[in-house]
Design a protein around this ligand. Structure first.
Ligand SMILES: CC(C)(COP(=O)(O)OP(=O)(O)OC[C@H]1O[C@@H](n2cnc3c(N)ncnc32)[C@H](O)[C@@H]1OP(=O)(O)O)[C@@H](O)C(=O)NCCC(=O)NCCS
Length: 170
């Protein structure tokens, strides 16, 4: 947690894409191609992407699509050298705030059944398991868990998000 004060989360820019792609490559068996991020930034009005910066360096990223009233988390990663320092938590907090701003009622995502680290993080933000997609990941056939938050206006969830905000500020 000590380093989070030096981390600034803001919108992803075109010149961040190479660094984001490198984190993707280090984080996922089947990373998105770099031009997928460029297309998203250029052409998808329903998408919002964030990066976490330590000085000039991009150390994490996250994205959502607004689908009707749902903010669907599309991708999310922190550089392996920068994990376990609260950066994922900081990105998810901003995603939750952004989701409220763009009119979402709840957040959803898919996560590998084996990805305990991400699931633990999501649970801290009120996500719960809502279902399972059989053989969702085409590279190795692993199942995905569908996780979703309660209504983002739910007082209990707001209290969780406020507590995270205070924790990061303090
Ligand atoms: C999941 C991921 C984004 C977490 O990023 P991070 O910056 O390390 O997360 P944080 O330091 O903010 O951790 C927040 C909480 O998540 C949980 N967590 C994070 N990493 C964990 C791990 N390796 N094992 C168990 N719990 C973990 C803990 O509850 C942690 O809180 P704590 O440090 O107070 O115990 C990062 O591990 C990652 O990029 N993984 C590869 C890509 C990926 O899986 N993305 C999600 C796809 S759905």
């Amino acid at each position: 947690m000590a380093l989070t004060a030096r981390i600034v989360v803001g919108p992803m820019r075109f010149d961040d894409v190479a660094a984001v792609h490198e984190i993707e490559r280090l984080s996922f068996q089947t990373p998105w191609p770099a031009d997928a991020f460029e297309q998203e930034l250029r052409g998808n009005r329903l998408a919002r992407y964030l990066v976490a910066r330590a000085g000039d360096r991009v150390v994490g990223f996250a994205g959502v699509w607004l689908m009707v009233d749902e903010a669907h988390v599309t991708t999310f990663g922190v550089h392996p050298d920068w994990r376990r320092q609260g950066i994922g938590r900081q990105l998810l907090l901003k995603l939750a705030e952004l989701s409220v701003t763009i009119g979402a009622r709840r957040m959803t995502l898919e996560v590998r059944v084996s990805n305990q680290a991400a699931q633990a993080l999501y649970r801290q933000f009120g996500f719960e398991i809502a279902g399972r997609r059989h053989r969702y990941y085409t590279d190795d056939g692993e199942d995905a868990l569908i996780m979703t938050t309660p209504d983002l206006a739910d007082p209990a969830l707001r209290a969780l998000v406020d507590a995270e905000r205070r924790r990061l500020a303090g």
